[in-house]
Write a protein that binds this ligand. Structure first.
Ligand SMILES: Cc1cc2nc3c(=O)[nH]c(=O)nc-3n(C[C@H](O)[C@H](O)[C@H](O)COP(=O)(O)OP(=O)(O)OC[C@H]3O[C@@H](n4cnc5c(N)ncnc54)[C@H](O)[C@@H]3O)c2cc1C
Length: 467
């Protein structure tokens, strides 16, 4: 890679933040072109920057404003909505190298980190000091805290402990015009003014770059008392069980997988999960003082009353880990069977059985295989279309099948995205979830904070094509 380019913007970047933090070689830039979404691809950006300090981020943003270059913030590129995919002519700000854990505050229960810290590294670091950072996306070993904040990531623990939004205390950000700012307070409570740090949660890189984050911690819970696996021969019965559990108990994990998903997992890593069942529930409890086992017994009783054919409980942590690993690998297991399109919809927990049945009906209508799994206790499902091929006819049909699933979730009072975000793949559905006035407010907020319209300009509802 030569140090000089004919591109003045790129040369100014090199002068300002150093050659080591600027990537302009197309072969090298290629690896920054797309996240983990299978249905969309990013364009080749004009240049990629890999800053290691907030000051460097601010410098890049200021130059981008001077040259009116679109800015694409990136974390670990594990996103599943195309949110971090560049547009052509843009400058990528990839903060993966800003990955230091700066402070763990034992009294105020806070951890301050740089945005590129991997979720699991934070979890492990605070666990060593007796604390718990709950949000745990299935991608926790390779996604970043900055990306988690920008997508309001969820995960397996969220049924009891909440999502990333619940753990954001204070954010240092670089605004779309290049100012460094601190949003939010490190106090437990604050009633003073708008909660601007929360505005950044789920903003998918459209409102600036998170350069430092102070996240709330909890004291470590009791070790998981055990794991219950219950099989159901009817989706309605499984839905009944989830409703009962949600209304009476507070399990630390409550996941669901349908038969298609179980078949995919078993065919890859034979774990002997019941293949006859229409769906299975996996539940855990971490209540202190031996009461976890009691909670698990109540879950077993509810599942039995709701019609579960087979209920299995294990106290063996290794077996539990294997089951959870299987659940975490559900997407990869389905992807092995053919081109896969992952969806992410949320419905009120009370309607989850109905939603899974509806997905099965849509799958039959289109004759497209759909494996459904997800965070049952949160009403958040990941129906995954597995296609026979990528032929244009099949893709067209898949698009309609995907849209029908999203529409079904909305008709049940649900959301077009439970945790992956809107990015590129859900933009067209925003107008179905929100009224025109809400969309207008979102656009007004965006245009006040980002007057030059540079930050991730084609994401969520801000692309010209959606006006
Ligand atoms: C196998 C697998 C399982 C997954 N399981 C889950 C799950 O259970 N729950 C879940 O919620 N997600 C899950 N995901 C999706 C993904 O891991 C999350 O969306 C994650 O939060 C993205 O983090 P990232 O660091 O990779 O962000 P990226 O993909 O790099 O970016 C995501 C978005 O955040 C923005 N962004 C990133 N960093 C910053 C920053 N510092 N400042 C401002 N904006 C920023 C980007 O512009 C983009 O819009 C899964 C993904 C995979 C591949």
């Amino acid at each position: 890679m030569g140090s000089m380019s004919s591109d003045i913007f790129v040369n100014r970047l090199r002068d300002a933040i150093g050659q080591d933090h600027v990537v302009a070689d197309p072969d090298l830039m290629n690896s920054y072109r797309t996240d983990r979404t299978t249905t969309v691809e990013g364009d080749m950006p004009r240049v990629v920057t890999t800053p290691t300090t907030a000051t460097q981020v601010a410098t890049v943003v200021k130059l981008a404003n001077e040259f009116k270059v679109p800015v694409i913030p990136q974390g670990a590129l594990s996103g599943l909505a195309g949110g971090a995919d560049p547009i052509s002519g843009s400058v990528v700000i990839n903060v993966a190298k800003m990955n230091a854990i700066l402070d763990i505050d034992h009294v105020n229960l806070l951890a301050t980190v740089e945005p590129g810290v991997i979720n699991r590294s934070l979890k492990d670091a605070v666990a060593k000091e007796g604390f718990f950072y709950p949000p745990d996306p299935g991608s926790y070993s390779f996604c970043s805290i900055g990306g988690n904040i920008a997508t309001n990531a969820g995960g397996l623990c969220c049924v009891k402990y909440g999502v990333t939004a619940d753990y954001v205390s204070q954010l240092e950000i670089v605004s779309p015009t290049g100012e460094m700012m601190v949003l939010g307070r490190k106090t437990k409570k604050s009633s003073a003014g708008y909660r601007l740090a929360q505005l950044f949660v789920g903003s998918e890189g459209t409102l600036g770059v998170v350069t430092k984050a102070t996240m709330r911690l909890r004291h470590a819970p009791a070790p998981v008392a055990g794991t219950v696996v219950a099989s159901f021969s009817s989706l309605e019965e499984m839905g009944d069980a989830l409703r009962e559990i949600a209304s009476k108990l507070s399990p630390s994990l409550l996941e669901v997988m349908d038969r298609e998903t179980v078949l995919a997992i078993n065919s890859w890593r034979n774990l002997g999960i019941d293949e006859e069942a229409e769906a299975i529930i996996v539940a855990q409890s971490d209540v202190k003082g031996g009461e976890g086992t009691e909670e698990l017994k109540l879950i077993e009783a509810i599942c039995a009353t709701s019609g579960s054919g087979e209920i299995y409980r294990t106290e063996d942590p290794e077996e539990a880990d294997a089951l959870l690993e299987a659940r975490r690998l559900a997407l990869t297991a389905l992807e092995r069977l053919g081109p896969a399109i992952l969806d992410d919809v949320g419905v009120p927990v009370s309607r989850i059985g109905e939603m899974i049945s509806k997905i099965a009906e849509i799958s039959r209508n289109y004759e497209i295989r759909v494996g459904t799994f997800g965070h049952g206790g949160d009403g958040n499902l990941h129906p995954t279309l597995v296609l026979p091929s990528r032929s244009p006819d099949v893709l067209k049909l898949a698009e309609r099948c995907f849209a029908d699933i999203v529409t079904a979730a909305l008709s049940m009072g649900g959301t077009i995205s439970g945790e992956h975000g809107v990015g590129l793949i859900k933009r067209e559905f925003m107008k179905d979830q929100y009224g025109p006035l809400e969309i207008e407010w979102m656009r007004k907020i965006k245009s006040v904070l980002d007057p030059n319209g540079l930050f991730n300009p084609n994401k969520i509802v801000f692309g010209d094509q959606l006006v």
